[in-house]
Design a protein around this ligand. Structure first.
Ligand SMILES: NC(=O)c1ccc[n+]([C@@H]2O[C@H](COP(=O)([O-])OP(=O)(O)OC[C@H]3O[C@@H](n4cnc5c(N)ncnc54)[C@H](OP(=O)(O)O)[C@@H]3O)[C@@H](O)[C@H]2O)c1
Length: 225
């Protein structure tokens, strides 16, 4: 059965291949990112099952408008994937510029909170729905040079597991560690070494069934693709 899926950060990386894979699997995908790339724009023009909106997740009002437009036009989502994320330059914490620290928190934590706060009233009305928040290996361990990112992803684990406690039966919230995949984000941390990491399209072959398999019984579980 076709499902309504909302996913953030679809212009590139994991969100891009997930959106394509979920669309190919016959589902309706409502994505957002700051940039709407030309390839997605042209798919949207020919396929009513994909919509992509330009939304900056650090703008709570823009997130509210996006969520409410999608729900009004398509109905309540069955699955919400909070995928968009950023990482600061690879530096010791004390050398990280304030603006970069704030941007990591604004996108990786506040952006996820904004989507949740605007989508939850609809999921509560529908008495069903799964929220999957992209965590990281660095949401469960740490490394040098990525303190703001670790802070945000440990925060995602905590926020999601606490949200799971708030939810009534029938709904689920899960933090998901995707693995290590060769995207712009990985390149920014590992440089050329990222080339040996998993290809995003290969990753999507297992990630699509993984996300589609999530259900209410997963509520509060820290999962990995
Ligand atoms: N790649 C990995 O190995 C890996 C490992 C662990 C966890 N993760 C997590 O997986 C998720 C996806 O990572 P990725 O590797 O695919 O990253 P990526 O290639 O850098 O893509 C990030 C996506 O987030 C969007 N985004 C960033 N800031 C945004 C904002 N303010 N508003 C809306 N969208 C925004 C970007 O679109 P625009 O720039 O167009 O806005 C882009 O589509 C992230 O949460 C990341 O932390 C990735």
């Amino acid at each position: 059965m076709s499902r309504n899926i909302m996913i953030t950060g679809v212009s590139r990386g994991l969100g891009n291949v997930l959106a394509a894979g979920l669309l190919d699997a016959g589902h309706r995908v409502a994505g957002c990112s700051r940039v709407v790339n030309d390839a997605q724009q042209s798919i949207c023009e020919n396929n009513n099952n994909l919509r992509v909106d330009s939304v900056d997740l650090t703008d709570d009002k823009a997130v509210r408008v996006w969520v409410n437009n999608v729900v009004r036009e398509w109905g309540v989502p069955d699955l919400v994937i909070n995928n968009a994320g950023v990482i600061s330059d690879n530096l010791p914490l004390w050398d990280v510029p304030l603006e970069q620290f704030q941007q990591v928190m604004s996108v990786n934590l506040q952006g996820v909170y904004s989507v949740i706060r605007h989508v939850m009233p609809h999921l509560l009305d529908a008495k069903q729905g799964v929220i999957a928040n992209l965590s990281s290996g660095w949401g469960r361990s740490v490394a040098a040079g990525v303190a703001p990112y670790c802070c945000s992803k440990w925060g995602i684990e905590g926020m999601t597991l606490a949200l799971a406690e708030d939810l009534p039966q029938g709904l689920a919230a899960v933090p998901v560690n995707p693995g290590i995949i060769n995207t712009d984000m990985l390149q920014s941390f590992f440089g050329a070494d990222a080339n040996s990491a998993e290809d995003p399209k290969r990753w999507a072959e297992k990630a699509v069934p993984f996300f589609l398999g999530l259900n209410a019984s997963d509520n509060g579980r820290s999962l990995s693709v």
